[in-house]
Write a protein that binds this ligand. Structure first.
Ligand code: PMP
Length: 457
């Protein structure tokens, strides 16, 4: 839109009328309104106060190809002129929607040859929820309704998304989860397995899934759902072997395996999908974010041919959204995937920038506040501790160290997220070596500045 606004007035209107996502409205009021982000290019965002900020979060884990891609703007404008909208309810579909389904199937590969479109990651998981239960009924096993998930998982903000997710604070609002969701421990070695052999810890976490399956009764379990790497939970990278164990357990009891790739998809971990990085084969794959690099809202749920064959025996699957397969979003997603392919961003993440980030992060290990650094591809985390060599948090400030360091990072020109006592990062896949160094240097400087603040807490 034209830049004919006053920033101070926008802030006032923000407080007066706008309710932001996942936010404390009183806090925003006390701040005098949200930061107004006005424009962006490449890996940088700009705010109304004149700050240029390196975007270490790729928007919200999504702007994989970076900002300012005119090619995507032109594709959107062309598709809007041609056909701005049509639905997929009336035995109808639009060209970009079909071509995008084919393109996704090409990258998921194997039996994941079918795609259901939605507008958000949460909806992609709602589709999983309803499709899986419907599938088991059609298959003649109607008791299989239970989903097993992990504590601290994030699967969205809708009723099904929050229920599948394992965020206790989210469950508390809205009396969730809905019945039929069981949560087990997460493979968070630094937080919950510190001092143990990581591989054995991963095995124990997988064994917790089997124990729950047996407790619930395998005949009642529909699916296990997990993010290949838990993103919003704090970039929790599972120990080697964890996913192989989980896959074997699901197969042993005939349970469907769902890989929530909303963050891990489209190159983030150095392969097209996180399950490819970890070497397992899911039956359903919800995805969003990097699918369109956030240029327009769109998500997809990839489904195996085995499941679709069963769905074909059931008449209408009475599920779907007005914006399922939106032609403009689909055209932009298709062009976005074209950029990722053409520029080799998946390979670059795997072979160049991912390893470069991993090496750069090790520089922070010398800092007295840092307990661990970890990364996979361009997804990284820094654990903040009160006592070097331990996983102890700041006494009296448990969960506060992340936000303290995050705020200092933003002041110093880097957008990152603070999740409890962890700083997480997820930059655009176009990030350069120099920008990775800048990111790590700013985190280091912010940790220095955080020390007296944390001591005073
Ligand atoms: N699943 C995962 C793994 C996510 O990270 C998110 C969003 N951060 C979602 C689902 C929900 O996506 P959305 O916010 O687009 O509904």
């Amino acid at each position: 839109m034209p830049r004919n606004y006053e920033i101070a007035e926008l802030k006032r209107l923000d407080v007066a009328h706008h309710l932001p996502a996942q936010q404390d409205y009183k806090l925003i009021e006390d701040m005098g309104g949200s930061r107004i982000v006005t424009h962006a290019e490449g890996c940088y965002i700009h705010d109304g106060d004149g700050n240029r900020i390196l975007d270490g979060m790729a928007g919200l884990w999504c702007v994989n190809v970076g900002y300012g891609r005119d090619e995507l703007v032109e594709v959107a404008a062309e598709q809007m002129r041609e056909l701005p909208f049509y639905n997929t309810f009336f035995k109808t579909v639009t060209p970009p929607t079909v071509l995008l389904a084919q393109k996704i199937a090409q990258h998921t590969g194997g039996k994941l040859q079918h795609v259901f479109f939605n507008a958000s990651g949460s909806e992609a998981n709602d589709t999983v929820f309803r499709m899986v239960r419907h599938y088991w009924k059609l298959k003649g096993e109607p008791k299989r309704t239970v989903f097993i998930s992990r504590w601290n998982a994030y699967h969205g903000s809708t009723v099904a998304g929050v229920s599948l997710g394992g965020m206790k604070a989210m469950h508390a609002q809205g009396d969730l989860p809905v019945p039929g969701v069981e949560h087990v421990r997460q493979p968070y070695w630094f937080g919950e397995g510190f001092g143990q052999d990581p591989v054995q810890f991963g095995k124990d976490c997988a064994a917790a899934i089997e124990e729950r399956i047996l407790a619930v009764g395998p005949e009642n379990v529909a699916a296990f759902i997990g993010e290949p790497v838990q993103g919003a939970g704090g970039v929790i990278i599972p120990p080697p072997g964890y996913w192989q164990e989980v896959e074997a357990i699901c197969r042993k009891y005939g349970i469907l395996l769902v890989a929530d790739e909303v963050i891990c998809g489209f190159g983030r971990t150095g392969q097209w999908f996180g399950h490819q990085t970890y070497g397992f084969t899911p039956d359903l794959v919800p995805m969003a974010k990097g699918l369109s690099s956030g240029y327009l809202p769109i998500s997809a749920t990839a489904v195996s041919s085995d499941i679709v064959e069963v769905l074909k025996t059931g008449g209408d699957f009475v599920h779907g959204f007005t914006y399922s397969g939106h032609p403009v979003a689909a055209a932009v997603a298709l062009a976005n995937i074209g950029i990722i392919e053409r520029e080799g961003l998946v390979e670059r993440t795997r072979e160049d920038t991912g390893p470069y980030l991993a090496r750069a992060l090790t520089r922070l290990l010398a800092h007295e506040l840092v307990g661990e650094v970890r990364s996979i591809g361009l997804l990284g985390a820094v654990e903040i501790v009160s006592k070097k060599g331990t996983n102890q948090r700041w006494l009296g400030a448990e969960g506060n160290a992340g936000p303290v360091v995050r705020d200092l990072c933003i002041k110093n020109g880097l957008m990152v997220r603070g999740i409890r006592d962890t700083i997480v990062m997820c930059p655009p896949l176009i990030i350069s070596h120099q920008q990775i160094d800048d990111m790590v240097d700013i985190i280091g400087k912010s940790l220095d500045e955080a020390l007296p603040v944390l001591r005073a807490l």
